[in-house]
Every structure is written in structure tokens, then in C-alpha cells.
Design a protein around this ligand. Structure first.
Ligand SMILES: *[C@@H]1O[C@H](CO)[C@@H](O)[C@H](O)[C@H]1NC(C)=O
Ligand SMILES: *[C@@H]1O[C@H](CO)[C@@H](O)[C@H](O)[C@H]1NC(C)=O
Ligand SMILES: *[C@@H]1O[C@H](CO)[C@@H](O)[C@H](O)[C@H]1NC(C)=O
Ligand SMILES: *[C@@H]1O[C@H](CO)[C@@H](O)[C@H](O)[C@H]1NC(C)=O
Ligand SMILES: *[C@@H]1O[C@H](CO)[C@@H](O)[C@H](O)[C@H]1NC(C)=O
Ligand SMILES: *[C@@H]1O[C@H](CO)[C@@H](O)[C@H](O)[C@H]1NC(C)=O
Ligand SMILES: *[C@@H]1O[C@H](CO)[C@@H](O)[C@H](O)[C@H]1NC(C)=O
Ligand SMILES: [Cu+2]
Length: 620
């Protein structure tokens, strides 16, 4: 009631007093989400359980204006019949079944985002939807007639809690990721999108898939890219784009003047990511721009050849012309490998460390370890934690020593992508690089693809206090540990964050400690005895090949046993629930970012509470 009243009041006042509109437009947008299993059949194959919201699937789109306060009350009504591995405990505890949590944050970045579960394996089961932040001051306002939101994704017939244990098991020593069964547009197939002739649409696309990058093109129509991952760009024309999991593109699409034909548009999963291509797999999905419902719906034309020629996002120029950040204060290098550990399963590593969730969520460690919060040791040996100090220029070099593509995503920042090698160029060598070797106005976004055996160099300014993870956005690689943690400005976090009681309550419910180092040690913070550890390394001379032989020789008999053993091995944090994340979204700072941000800031998996006394929400 109060909300409806307030909103109409604001609309009225904006109409009367447009001069004051920036001050008065900020509204509170409230959503009540009851997360529970429903049944759906997105690709027409069969009904299966899917995680829905308020009894619906696809789940609702979140829509707000820049500056709005978004309040999402989440009730977890999921019943898990299987423990399913550890969530990455970064900035909150998971919501146990039957419990509620409120996410409360102010949005200060316009653009196309999405929200999804941040608990391992839940979003591919359906808990994923668009999150659109409108911006009356968009540089492209007035250049289009209508807006269209369109997701692209992959789809698995099997539930993720069945696929995950088999993926991380000695039955799968090469780490072959499960191959999706289908691709979807807007969580369905053969989507018909009615369009009017002679109009320009702003199409907001999000890849909400778990694994597959997708090539996307519209027959007979070009795309004029104007936004990537929340960053406006100079308009750039493209015939085809490539979208990794978690990437977003907004583009202007102008329709034909005639209505005499309908046009197919396509998504095509990047099959180079798949270890094997099942015979019956159709990796394409089709939709149509419908000019006239009574005209035919043509099959998409086949594009011949192995290589698609997609637009190179490195060519994009941010609309604000932000120039190359200066020499870094801190350079962090991550070498990516995949390898087996002593349990025979295949894991993903940054610098020989596969992420293993700490006992205490990292944010809570940062808040409770005083001066030592500046010492990465307290966050544990298996979390790849790095402490960033306020306003430092951070450079991240990622060397891909693996033969697959990986989309890297950073929470809390949009980084400048200052260098990206082609495939097979090896590691980044900065011996002779100078500022002149990098673009003057680098492309900026929050998710970037790294080519096989290639490298990428990113820069950002640590001006957003929080605990932010940097990870591969392939859900399988999140599960197998390709995660690092940045603890940004711990002092500001300690000074400004007050954890909301409901966040503390859900930790208590889940028996998760909320203070001390990664091991839960509150006395000697440098003593990590008892911390969660990655499995031990393989014994010397024991190779994956050996395991393959072993497993293949007895796979039929022991597969079930292996799966059960994995469940048994995975420390069960309790039946986990959703930790919602709105990717890349940000809350306002006004010099007081810490109040909001650690907890939700440019949000991320952060348990978002705009701490009313200190946060920026109060100032609006
Ligand atoms: C796609 O789904 C979103 C909701 O997730 C909806 O707002 C949008 O209108 C749909 N787009 C099309 C083209 O049907
Ligand atoms: C799309 O762009 C390409 C290359 O810029 C151009 O050759 C083509 O004619 C354009 N197609 C349309 C439909 O505008
Ligand atoms: C469609 O009509 C408009 C207005 O008459 C014109 O400016 C535009 O060039 C036409 N587009 C095409 C593709 O012919
Ligand atoms: C998917 O589409 C591409 C591009 O047209 C085509 O080369 C490929 O054969 C299609 N794959 C299937 C399984 O139809
Ligand atoms: C960015 O630079 C381009 C030309 O290089 C210019 O047209 C544009 O106005 C600049 N944008 C801003 C926001 O300064
Ligand atoms: C990873 O381990 C290998 C072998 O033990 C070692 O040579 C290498 O230096 C390690 N790399 C890092 C970044 O620690
Ligand atoms: C760096 O430049 C120096 C001088 O031009 C040259 O001798 C050296 O080989 C270069 N090093 C690399 C790694 O390219
Ligand atoms: Cu990856």
C-alpha cells in the first residue's frame, strides 16, 4: 500500500516538477519471492522439477530505475533431498529451507543485469532471470521506440544436483563438463517476437546459461551495440555477437519497413566448449521476428564453415571515454589449470589453488579480524584471497594454461580489458610493455572471455569496498574451484557495515560461525588449524590416465558408489538454499560506499543491506 501510494505520488511530482526529478524519482521497488520447486518443460522434451518463484517459471524479471531502492524478501521453500556440495561462502550464509532473508540495496548503475542463485548448481535448475535498470538519462534515450528483453541460455534435462557429483568425481578424471541438451531463448524454443515495421528496438540480451557461450544473429537485421554488462558504448554495428555465460549486450535493432516476411534469429552454442558432441544434440535455438503472423516462419539459413565471425568486443569504446588507468599499485597474476587431486576428481585451479569455501564467510572474517583483516592469511589457504587497499589501481593478469575458453567475471567492478591475446599465444609477458601498448580508451565490462592457452589483462580502481569474487562463470568451474576472493578496503568495511540481524540468524540456523579467521579461530587469527582444505594432491606418479583406466574398467559397477561417496565426502553445510546475486549491479556510493557495498554494493553475492544509518540509501 505504502509503496503504491508513494510511487504514484512520485510520478505526479516528476510530471509537475521535472527539475526535481532526479531527487524525487527514487522509489522503493519491493519483491516478495517464495523460492520453491515447480514443474516445467522449457524445450518440449518432458516435464521436470525446476526452481521457480511464487509458483512460476520462468521467474519474474526485476525492473527498476536507476537510483531506486530494491527490496527483495526471499523465502526459501526448497526442499533438498540430496546434499549437494558447498556453496562459496563469500559474503553471506545460505538461506536454510523454510527461512527468509531480505536483500535491500540501492541501484546506481543502469543497464542489463540478471539475478541468479549463488549457491552451487541452483541457477541452471531455473533460478535465473533478467534484472533491468532503466535510465532516463541514457545517452540512447529517444533513439528507440521500444525495449525488448531476451535471454539466451543452455538447458539440461538432468537436474544439476545429479550432474554435479558425477562431474566432480573420479569417474570423470578428465573433468569433462556435462553437455547441455538444448539451447533456449527466453527459457523456451521457437520464440515468436512480434515487431512493428519501421521501428527501432532496444534489445537487452543476457546469457543466463550455465555453460555454453552462444553466437547470436538476426537474419536480415544488424545489431548496433550500445551497452555491454552495464557499460554504455559508442554505437558499434555487428552482424553476429558472441555471448559467454553471464555476459549482457544491449543493441539497437531497426525493423524493416515492410511486413511481408518474418525473420529467423538464432542462438548457436559454442561447441568448442564441449568435450564430446552427442549425435542427437541440436546446439542451435531459433526464434522469429514476427512482422505478420500469417506469413511463413522460415527455417534459419545454414551458415557454412566451422568458424563463426562474431563481433570482437575488444573493439568497443565505452561511451564515457574513460581512459586507461595508470600504472598498477598491485598486479595479481592467476594461472589457470585443470588437474586431478588425490580423490581422483578433476579440479580447476588459480595458481595451484582450487577454491574451497572457508568455514567463516570471508566478509565476516574481514569484519571480525581487526588489523589482521589486511593480512590475506586470515581468509584461509584455499580461498585465493587478496587484500586490495582503497583506491589502488589493480591489474589482473590471467594466463589460461588450459585448452578451453573461460568467461571471467568480477563482482563489484567493471574492469578495463587492456589486453587480450588470441588463442595459443601463451602467457602474458610484460617485460617490454608500456602504457603505449594498451588501448587509450579500453573496453570495459564485467565478464570477459579468455581464449584457450591465451591471456587477458584487466585493470580497475579499488573504489568499491566489499568482498568480491573473481571467477570463471561456467557453473561447472565454479563448482570445481575456479574462484578467487578480493577483500577490498577491509578498514572501510569494518567502519561502515553493520550486519542485518536476519543475515546473522540464517548463519545461526545453518551452524555457520560468523567471526574469526577462515577456520573459525577467533583467538589466534593466524592459526588456520582446522580450516576447510582442498583434497590432497595425487600421489606422485599417479596420473589421470591411470585413473581413466581404472575407472573405465569398472565404471558400470562403481559409478553409483562413487556418487554416493562424493556426497558422503562433501562436508554438508546443511541443506543449502539460495543466495541471490544480481550480477554487476551496484549501489550508490557518494563516498559512503562501504555502508552498502560490502554487503551488497555492486552487489554480487553480497547479503545486501543498506545499513540505514551509514548507507547511501538514507541519503536519498
Ligand atoms: C522475455 O522474458 C522477459 C521476462 O523474463 C519478458 O519481460 C520479455 O518480454 C520476454 N521477451 C520476449 C521477446 O518475449
Ligand atoms: C550489416 O552490416 C554489414 C557490415 O557492416 C553490411 O554489409 C550489411 O549490409 C548490413 N546489413 C543490414 C541489414 O543492414
Ligand atoms: C524506412 O522508411 C523510413 C521513413 O520513410 C526511411 O527513412 C528508411 O530509410 C526506410 N528504411 C529502409 C530500410 O528502406
Ligand atoms: C547450427 O547452426 C549452424 C549455423 O547455421 C550450422 O552450421 C549447424 O549445422 C547447425 N547445427 C545443427 C545441429 O543443426
Ligand atoms: C567520446 O569521444 C568521442 C569521439 O572520440 C566524442 O564524440 C564523444 O562526445 C565523447 N564522449 C564523451 C561522453 O565525452
Ligand atoms: C604450481 O605448482 C608447480 C609444481 O609444484 C610449481 O612449479 C609452480 O611454481 C606452482 N605455481 C604457482 C603459481 O604457485
Ligand atoms: C625487450 O626489449 C629489449 C630492447 O629492445 C630487447 O633486447 C629484449 O629482447 C626485449 N625483451 C622481450 C622479452 O621481448
Ligand atoms: Cu571456466
Amino acid at each position: 500500500m505504502a509503496f503504491g501510494f508513494r510511487k504514484s505520488l512520485l510520478i505526479a511530482s516528476a510530471a509537475w516538477l521535472s527539475v526535481l526529478s532526479t531527487l524525487s524519482e527514487a522509489a522503493t521497488v519491493t519483491y516478495d519471492f517464495d523460492v520453491a520447486w515447480v514443474t516445467a518443460n522449457p524445450d518440449g522434451a518432458f516435464d521436470r522439477p525446476i526452481i521457480g518463484i511464487n509458483g512460476q517459471w520462468p521467474i519474474p524479471q526485476i525492473t527498476c530505475n536507476i537510483g531506486d531502492r530494491v527490496v527483495v524478501h526471499v523465502t526459501n521453500s526448497l526442499e533438498w533431498h540430496h546434499p549437494h556440495g558447498r556453496p562459496p561462502q563469500v559474503s553471506q550464509c545460505d538461506i536454510p529451507p523454510g527461512h527468509k532473508l531480505t536483500y535491500d540495496f540501492t541501484v546506481d548503475q543502469p543497464g542489463t543485469y540478471w539475478y541468479h542463485s549463488h549457491t552451487r548448481g541452483q541457477y541452471p535448475d531455473g533460478l535465473r532471470g533478467p534484472f533491468i535498470v532503466h535510465d532516463p538519462k541514457s545517452p540512447f534515450a529517444g533513439q528507440y521506440d521500444e525495449e525488448l528483453v531476451l535471454s539466451v541460455s543452455d538447458w539440461y534435462h538432468e537436474q544439476i544436483h545429479n550432474l554435479l557429483p558425477a562431474f566432480i568425481s573420479k569417474g570423470n578424471p578428465t573433468g569433462a563438463e556435462p553437455v547441455p541438451n538444448n539451447a533456449l531463448f527466453n527459457e523456451t524454443q521457437n520464440l515468436k517476437v512480434p515487431v512493428q515495421p519501421g521501428k527501432t528496438y532496444l534489445v537487452r540480451m543476457v546469457n543466463i546459461g550455465a555453460f555454453a557461450g552462444q553466437y547470436v544473429w538476426f537474419e536480415g537485421h544488424n545489431m548496433t551495440i550500445v551497452e555491454v554488462d552495464g557499460v554504455y558504448t559508442q554505437p558499434a554495428e555487428a552482424e553476429m555477437i558472441y555471448m559467454t555465460a553471464a555476459q549482457r549486450y544491449s543493441f539497437l535493432l531497426t525493423t524493416k519497413n515492410e511486413t511481408k516476411a518474418n525473420y529467423a534469429f538464432s542462438g548457436s552454442m559454442d561447441t568448442t566448449l564441449f568435450d564430446t558432441i552427442p549425435d542427437d544434440l541440436n546446439w542451435n535455438v531459433t526464434g522469429w521476428l514476427v512482422y505478420d503472423d500469417s506469413e511463413p516462419f522460415p527455417e534459419p539459413a545454414v551458415i557454412e564453415g566451422d568458424e563463426f565471425n562474431a563481433f570482437d568486443d575488444m573493439e568497443l569504446v565505452p561511451f564515457d571515454n574513460q581512459t586507461l588507468l595508470g600504472e598498477p599499485d598491485q598486479t595479481i597474476q592467476f594461472d589457470v589449470i585443470m588437474d586431478n587431486l588425490g580423490d581422483g576428481a578433476n579440479y580447476a585451479f588459480f595458481n595451484n589453488i582450487t577454491y574451497t569455501a572457508p568455514k567463516v564467510p570471508t566478509l565476516y572474517t574481514a569484519l571480525t579480524s581487526g588489523e589482521l583483516a589486511n593480512d590475506a592469511t586470515v581468509y584461509g589457504e584455499f580461498t585465493n584471497s587478496h587484500v586490495l587497499q582503497k583506491d589502488q589501481i589493480i591489474q589482473i593478469v590471467v594466463n589460461n594454461l588450459d585448452t578451453g575458453r573461460h568467461p571471467f567475471h568480477l563482482h563489484g567492478h567493471q574492469f578495463q580489458t587492456i589486453h587480450r591475446s588470441a588463442a595459443d599465444e601463451g602467457t602474458f609477458d610484460d617485460t617490454n610493455t608500456t602504457m603505449a601498448d594498451f588501448p587509450k580508451i579500453p573496453m570495459r565490462r564485467d565478464t570477459v572471455v579468455l581464449e584457450p592457452n591465451g591471456n587477458v589483462v584487466l585493470r580497475f580502481k579499488a573504489d568499491n569496498p566489499g568482498v568480491w569474487i573473481f571467477h570463471c562463470h561456467l557453473e561447472w568451474h565454479v563448482a570445481s574451484g575456479l574462484i578467487a576472493t578480493f577483500v577490498e578496503s577491509p578498514k572501510q568495511l569494518q567502519d561502515t557495515i553493520k550486519l542485518p540481524q536476519d543475515h546473522l540468524n540464517i548463519c545461526a540456523e545453518g551452524h555457520i560461525p560468523i567471526s574469526g579467521n577462515a577456520a573459525g579461530n577467533t583467538i589466534d587469527l593466524l592459526d588456520l588449524d582446522g580450516q576447510n582444505r582442498a583434497p590432497d594432491p595425487l600421489p606422485a606418479g599417479f596420473t589421470a590416465r591411470g585413473i581413466v583406466a581404472l575407472v573405465f574398467s569398472c565404471v558400470c559397477g562403481i559409478l553409483g558408489v562413487v556418487v554416493v561417496a562424493w556426497y558422503g565426502l562433501a562436508p554438508d553445510p546443511g541443506t543449502a538454499g539460495p543466495a541471490l546475486q544480481s550480477d554487476g549491479n551496484s549501489t550508490e556510493d557518494d563516498g559512503q560506499r562501504g555502508g552498502v557495498l560490502g554487503a551488497g554494493g555492486k552487489t554480487a553475492g553480497a547479503p545486501v543491506e543498506t545499513v540505514k544509518a551509514s548507507g547511501s540509501a538514507a541519503g536519498r
